[in-house]
Design a protein around this ligand. Structure first.
Ligand SMILES: [Zn+2]
Length: 130
C-alpha cells in the first residue's frame, strides 16, 4: 500500500482559494508542501508527523475510525487518561473468553482521541497478553 504525494499544483489551488490545509488525522495545519500526503480518495491530507509515525495501514484505520465515530488524533487532553486501565479491561475479558471486538474498536478510538497511536495501543495490548 502506498501513499501518494500531492503535486505542487494541487497546493497552489488551495492557496488561491484560501483554504486552510489541515491534517486528516491530527487536524494540525499543514504549512509545508513537502509534508502533504494523500492516500487514494478516502481521506484528505496527512501531515508529515502523522505520516512518519504511522504505517499506511494504521493511517487508514485511524481515518476510518474518525470517519465513523468522529474526533481526531489527540483531540482530548485528559491528564487522567490511562491506556493501561483500558487495556487491562480488554485483557480481563479475553481471559474470560468474552467477545472483545466491539470494545476493542471503542477503546482504540478513545485511545486515538487521547493521542495514543494504533502501534502503541497494540504494543501495550501484546505486553499485557504475554
Ligand atoms: Zn497529523
Amino acid at each position: 500500500m502506498e501513499l501518494n504525494t500531492i503535486t505542487p499544483n494541487d497546493i497552489e489551488i488551495s492557496h488561491k482559494t484560501d483554504v486552510k490545509l489541515e491534517c486528516g488525522i491530527c487536524h494540525s495545519e499543514i504549512v509545508s508542501s513537502a509534508s502533504i500526503y494523500q492516500k487514494g480518495f478516502n481521506f484528505g491530507v496527512v501531515c508529515k508527523h502523522c505520516y512518519e509515525n504511522n504505517s499506511p495501514d494504521d493511517l487508514e484505520l485511524m481515518a476510518n475510525l474518525f470517519l465513523a465515530y468522529g474526533g481526531y488524533f489527540g483531540k482530548i487532553k485528559n491528564p487522567y487518561f490511562s491506556l493501561y486501565d483500558m487495556l487491562e479491561t480488554i485483557v480481563k475479558k479475553v481471559e474470560n473468553k468474552e467477545n472483545v471486538e466491539e470494545l476493542h474498536i471503542k477503546y482504540m478510538h478513545h485511545a486515538l482521541l487521547n493521542g495514543i497511536t494504533p502501534k502503541q495501543f497494540i504494543q501495550g495490548l501484546r505486553i499485557l497478553l504475554e
